[in-house]
Design a protein around this ligand. Structure first.
Ligand code: SF4
Length: 329
């Protein structure tokens, strides 16, 4: 089998909890201090083909942003690999791989307020030798234009713009690095609905024009359904269902995916249809103490004894649709 464009294998990320002052003093004095690591990502496998859009979906705290950061090389995995065209995305001691760029949720925080827009977009490509000083102004203007931002405003500062315009600056900055892959972490979650649509259309146009591969991280199923070719649903650090977007949304097999879809309000109702939303009961458990067996079992209406003892592996159900549930049949 040929290697996929992006291949994520058995990815894990653990975060050691920070010690309280009392615990630090106790540890210094030689006392044994109990600490439990947060296992934020626990054995994630993903394959993404060139030009594809993968939607990575789940509730807050499920580990999807951590997976995105590891794919883009800005966070080191505890174990596991991320390969792009069969080469590691992150090599210890080497310069960051510019082919994968990340776009963050908050365009206020992700842009340096002391830098002018043009300098923000120019900084990366200059540092990596993607452009020389002679061609820099045209290069920056071209990428701002592609992101739908007027290059005539490039000498202003980020705070002089709206959230949508700031997100366009962040997109221009990413595009200026000539990426093959954009990892977009909730890129429209902080924007007004009308602006969200503009930015989503921009991503779709970039994908069409530049054949960019997108990893679109979101809790918003409606958005993901609109933009993604394939979907991976995450729960408490693991993928519980993945497959072509149509298959996952039309015939979801995992109770968690079914619960997420039942929680989404419908905009168009049949004349006499009464829709009752059926939110998933309970809260996502702490990753400090995840439940044994299937991690969804405390919230799952179908759970049986086996679910509390045995972790369900991802199993294939045809057409690339994989599900981690003992009762998926
Ligand atoms: Fe529910 Fe059991 Fe399936 Fe987990 S394995 S989703 S608890 S039925």
């Amino acid at each position: 089998m040929t290697a996929p464009f992006i291949e994520v294998r058995d990815l894990h990320k653990r975060f050691a909890p920070s010690l309280s002052l009392g615990d630090k003093i106790a540890a210094r004095l030689g006392a044994r201090v109990e600490t439990r690591a947060v296992h934020a990502v626990d054995g994630v496998d993903l394959r993404v083909e060139r030009g594809e859009t993968l939607g990575l979906v789940g509730e807050s705290g499920c580990g999807k942003s951590t997976v995105g950061r590891m794919i883009s090389g800005i966070m080191t995995p505890t174990s596991g690999t991320v390969r792009l065209e069969d080469k590691p995305v992150r090599v210890a001691g080497a310069k960051a791989d510019t082919r994968v760029q990340m776009i963050f949720q908050d365009p206020f925080a992700s842009l340096d307020p002391r830098m002018r827009v043009g300098d923000i977009v120019a900084e990366g490509p200059l540092a990596h030798g993607l452009v020389d000083k002679a061609g820099l102004d045209d290069y920056v203007a071209g990428h701002l234009r592609r992101a739908g931002f007027d290059p005539a405003l490039a000498d202003r500062f980020p705070h002089q713009f709206s959230g949508g315009q700031r997100q366009r600056i962040a997109i221009a900055r990413a595009l200026a690095m000539q990426p093959d892959v954009l990892v977009c972490d909730e890129p429209v979650a902080s924007l007004d609905v009308s602006i969200q649509a503009q930015i989503i259309n921009l991503f779709m146009q970039l994908r069409r024009d530049l054949s960019i591969t997108l990893i679109f991280i979101s809790h918003d199923l409606t958005l993901v359904r609109y933009i993604a070719d394939r979907v991976a649903i995450m729960y408490l650090g693991r993928i519980v269902e993945t497959g072509p977007a149509d298959a996952v949304f039309e015939t979801p097999k995992h109770p968690y995916t079914q619960g997420l879809l039942d929680s989404v309000p419908k905009l168009v109702l049949d004349d006499d249809e009464i829709v009752t939303l059926r939110p998933i009961v309970g809260e996502i458990p702490s990753p400090l103490a995840p439940p044994a067996g299937c991690r969804f079992n405390p919230r799952c209406p179908l759970a049986i004894d086996r679910c509390r003892e045995e972790t369900p592996p991802l199993r294939p159900f045809g057409g690339g649709h994989d599900v981690a549930c003992h009762l998926a049949e």
